[in-house]
Design a protein around this ligand. Structure first.
Ligand code: ATP
Length: 228
């Protein structure tokens, strides 16, 4: 038997929060992934106009968020390519530099529903295993409905387990039910702008680093409301 796949968790991480960390841990444990790499998008194709912290700070926050979690690390590779950070290109680059290694791309249900808008999104299952976790109340029913409509376009075929679909090359597309944590980066940014506390939504180390970069936050997310 080969080594278990390495989880690749892509995202904007603007900022990374406890929802990201718990989701990645639960998916890794459910699927027996060998390791998980958080891969922050240098230039997110879908959020280009949004209030974005600079890549170096988002990267540092990710490193602080996963520090001490066995098998977890952060991969800065998307900064090395010019242009938008397309997942299909990241997976192709990984396959190029780490031949023979299996990867499992991790995404929330919301991302699966928008996969048709990603560059070669329906082809991702030809590059890596795919793990889709529940998000914001979207669970197995939404997963099943999406695959019933889009399975053929993704070359995905059902198995006897409704949470598992077969992909080309012996890969699998798996739905992972995880404990729901209603935390989002946009909510954190909004709370920060309103000068509310974000304790508990991000780790203490991430919070400390955010506080150390109040200027960068103001430039990236906008002014706290009382000063606007
Ligand atoms: P924003 O609110 O700015 O849209 P976000 O919090 O959704 O950001 P992203 O960086 O866009 O964070 O998400 C990266 C990945 O993490 C996506 O696959 C997303 O579905 C997942 N994710 C984000 N928040 C959670 C959460 N609370 N629970 C589970 N998965 C999450």
């Amino acid at each position: 038997m080969g080594l278990p796949p390495t989880g690749i968790f892509g995202g904007t991480f603007n900022p990374v929060h406890v929802g990201h960390v718990r989701a990645a841990i639960e998916v890794a444990e459910a699927l027996g992934l060998g390791a998980v790499e958080f891969v922050p998008a240098a230039r997110p194709p879908h959020k280009c106009g949004g209030p974005l912290l600079d890549f170096a700070l988002r990267l540092r926050l990710c490193r602080l968020a996963v520090a001490g979690i066995p098998g977890f690390s952060v991969n800065a590779m998307e900064a090395e390519r010019p242009g938008p950070s397309y997942t299909c290109e990241t997976l192709a680059a990984l396959a190029g530099v780490r031949p023979g290694e299996d990867f499992c791309f991790i995404m929330g249900m919301g991302d699966l529903l928008h996969l048709g808008q990603w560059k070669e999104g329906f082809g991702l299952g030809r590059q890596a295993h795919l793990a889709v976790h529940a998000r914001e109340g979207l669970g197995l029913a939404a997963f099943t409905a999406f695959l019933a409509a889009n399975g053929p376009a993704m070359d995905a075929t059902p198995t006897s387990d409704p949470a598992v679909w077969s992909l080309p090359g012996g890969r699998r597309l798996t739905f992972v039910p995880i404990a729901r944590l209603d935390v989002s980066a946009s909510d954190i940014r909004e709370r920060w702008r309103q000068q509310k506390r974000i304790h508990g939504l991000v780790s203490e180390a991430v919070l400390r680093e955010l506080k150390n970069h109040a200027d960068a936050l103001e430039a990236g997310w906008g002014r706290p409301e009382s000063e606007a």
